[in-house]
Design a protein around this ligand. Structure first.
Ligand SMILES: Cc1cc2nc3c(=O)[nH]c(=O)nc-3n(C[C@H](O)[C@H](O)[C@H](O)COP(=O)(O)OP(=O)(O)OC[C@H]3O[C@@H](n4cnc5c(N)ncnc54)[C@H](O)[C@@H]3O)c2cc1C
Length: 637
């Protein structure tokens, strides 16, 4: 029997990585918010690798942080190892990666949710929505509880009609032994939303005491104090190592001999899996020439012997899993404590969403995370904060908050999803962004914190700290351009020791910094070389000034390209356009444009199957319409 259980501004269904960010964003923007989950003990659960960050994902975490989100702070509180990846490459490719203590991550995130003013947290299984006409008004649980709100955010992850597969065994289930959300999946389909079927997988977990680490290669963390959040102070943490071993020909033979028992190759699994996160059986088949694949043994936490076997994701039968693991150096006597498995789940086709992540067909209904066809904690968190901000904007009748492809990786990801859809679980890669040099992990705050403050999510305290840092960067950039280094024996010695040419006349600090062989810190020993900066901001300001000087030319060029590109991005297409009336467009183009209903010519140009000729025709028609001023709707395009 249904009963009125409460009224809110925003309801978030799911307390995974997207749900947590969505709920915190909407509550921090002043909305009375309710977050619901199937199991309060599994908030912000990491059903797969215990790591946050890495290429493209680190940029997302920093962007979520710069907007006033929680993932960066929570990772800094819960990390047990941090490493800066790609340090030999340019700043656009540098990426922080942290190993998190999974239980600590969950505990810390739960504490933040439970203590957030304006946010209620409840264990509820949502079965239906309350929809009137084409507008959402609330949710109904399996116990009949009816919670009302003008905005609802779906963040149900990998639970919709979840199906667990290990060998020839399959059963209805959510990740890590949880129950799935079956009824709700059917209900969403009944509402007319298009759902697809994806799959992902995870490796076995093994007992640390059964591993011989002396046969593996240690992977220590960096000593340097890296952190994800611009707000985190110095984080002194005990760094625990990971370990590297390899598969070998024996491993591969066992896998090949059992491919007939693999649900992936027997067709027992229907869902489409992530190309960029393949299972070991997939790798052995696709890269048959490779003698071995890297396998990283990663700790799941400080207070557990559970170890994650990165690189061995599988759904092979349990006996095969044990046999293949015991062929790896150091795992000869390994004890499996949780088998690897695959999970199939329903996802929402993201072409049904707007850039604000609101559903096109149901007003007030937003969607974020794995349900939108992505894979990854970071991708989920990034969508969650955008959905949370926009649900709050919707309730507060503010303009939607949309990030462009030239502003943020978040903008690249959401535009890709809603314009091109997701043929397989979408994972963000740096190669997906046109303007990588501008979208670095180090400058996420300079790109986004101002916008986060204006929309009402970034706190005054964070904004004040940000303005201080920005001023320090501007002042130091000016200083290195105005500080001249004299030609002295001491200076020539430093240059000589750095393999850099001697000075023939005094030169600005900036001109020395532009020399590829000279890092900023190398110039600290020169007179006037070391900036006078507060300790807590020293590294960040130095990094910004160094990149700003060394890459000035490239950054200028990329900024000019953005100007050109923005021209098409800001050629808006009227929401009421009738593509069927646009003469000259091929029927196929009309159908594709009608399906996606792009908001700009730029977005239209990224729809697969839309040609430059189609864009040219649209441009002309839009110009004609603008000149005519749309006098007669029925004939207007
Ligand atoms: C087996 C497995 C392997 C994975 N492998 C990888 C990987 O290798 N790399 C990677 O980057 N990512 C991987 N992932 C994906 C990663 O876990 C997700 O991307 C991330 O957790 C998605 O976050 P989310 O917030 O969208 O959903 P989730 O974290 O899945 O959270 C969903 C939330 O919704 C709640 N919920 C669901 N239905 C209902 C309902 N009807 N009522 C109320 N609450 C509901 C759940 O209780 C949960 O709180 C894997 C996931 C799984 C399950």
């Amino acid at each position: 029997m249904e009963y009125q259980a409460g009224t809110y501004d925003v309801i978030v269904i799911g307390a995974g990585h997207s749900g947590c960010e969505a709920a915190l964003a909407s509550a921090r923007m002043g909305c009375r918010t309710l977050i619901l989950t199937l199991n309060l003990d599994n908030i912000a659960m990491m059903p797969c690798n215990p790591s946050v960050g890495g290429p493209a994902k680190a940029q997302l975490v920093r962007e979520v942080d710069a907007l006033g989100g929680e993932m960066g702070l929570n990772t800094d509180r819960s990390a047990i190892q941090v490493r800066m990846l790609n340090t030999a490459k340019g700043p656009a490719m540098r990426a922080l990666r942290a190993q998190a203590d999974k239980k600590l991550y969950q505990k810390n995130m739960r504490r933040v949710l439970e203590n957030q003013p304006g946010l209620d947290l409840k264990q509820v299984l949502v079965e239906k929505l309350v929809v009137s006409g084409n507008t959402v008004q609330g949710i109904i649980s399996n116990t009949g509880a009816k919670y009302m709100a003008p905005a609802v955010i779906l963040t149900t992850g990998t639970y919709l009609k979840g199906r667990i597969i290990i060998g020839d065994l399959a059963f209805s289930g959510g990740p890590q032994g949880q129950f799935p959300s079956v009824g709700f999946a059917g209900y969403l389909r009944g509402l007319g939303l298009e759902l697809g079927r994806f799959k992902t997988g995870t490796p076995a977990r093994v007992d640390k005491r059964s591993i011989d680490f002396s046969k593996m290669i240690i992977q220590p963390g960096d000593q340097k104090n890296h952190k994800f959040s611009f707000l985190s102070g110095r984080v002194d943490r005990e760094q625990v190592p990971c370990w590297l071993t390899y598969t070998n020909e024996t491993t591969h033979r066992i896998i090949r001999d059992n491919l007939h028992r693999s649900p992936l190759f027997s067709g027992f699994i229907e869902g489409i899996g992530p190309r960029y996160c393949p299972s070991i059986e997939d790798k052995v088949v696709r890269f048959a020439h490779r003698p071995g694949h890297q396998v990283f043994i990663e700790p799941e936490g400080l207070e557990t012997n559970e170890m994650y076997v990165q690189g061995m994701s599988t759904s092979l039968p349990e006996d095969v899993q044990l046999e293949m693991l015991r062929t790896l150096k150091g795992l000869e006597n390994v004890q499996v404590i949780r088998p690897g498995y695959a999970i199939e789940y329903d996802y929402l086709l993201p072409t049904q969403l707007k850039h604000s992540l609101e559903c096109k067909e149901i007003r007030g209904l937003f969607s974020a995370g794995q349900i939108n066809g992505t894979s990854g904690y970071e991708e989920a968190a990034a969508q969650g904060i955008i959905a949370g901000i926009n649900a709050a904007c919707y309730v507060q009748q503010k303009e939607p908050f949309i990030l462009g492809r030239a502003e943020a990786y978040i903008g690249v990801m959401i535009d890709d999803l809603i314009t091109k859809g997701a043929g397989e679980p979408y994972r963000l890669l740096t190669s997906r962004a046109e303007h990588r040099l501008l979208l670095r992990q180090d400058n996420a705050d300079l790109r986004l914190t101002e916008a986060g403050y204006k929309v009402g999510l970034v706190s005054p305290g964070r904004y004040k700290a940000f303005c201080k840092k920005k001023k320090l960067i501007e002042a130091d950039l000016e200083r290195v351009n105005k500080t001249y280094i004299p030609v002295t024996e001491e200076v020539q010695t430093v240059l000589d020791q750095s393999g850099s040419a001697p000075l023939s006349q005094s030169a600005s600090l900036a001109s020395l910094l532009r020399r590829p062989e000279l890092r900023y810190e190398r110039l600290f020993s020169l007179p006037g070389g070391r900036p006078d900066l507060p300790e807590e901001l020293f590294d960040e300001v130095v990094e910004e000034v160094e990149i700003g000087v060394k890459y000035a030319g490239y950054i200028k060029k990329e900024t000019e390209q953005v100007k050109k590109y923005t021209k098409l991005e800001e050629r808006w297409i009227p929401e009421d356009i009738n593509y069927a009336l646009v003469e000259g467009l091929a029927n196929e183009a009309k159908q594709r444009l009608e399906k996606i209903r792009p908001r700009s010519l730029g977005q239209a140009s990224r729809i697969s199957g839309i040609t430059p000729a189609d864009i040219a025709i649209l441009m002309v028609r839009l110009e004609q319409r603008r000149r005519k001023g749309a006098v007669n709707e029925s004939t207007a395009i």
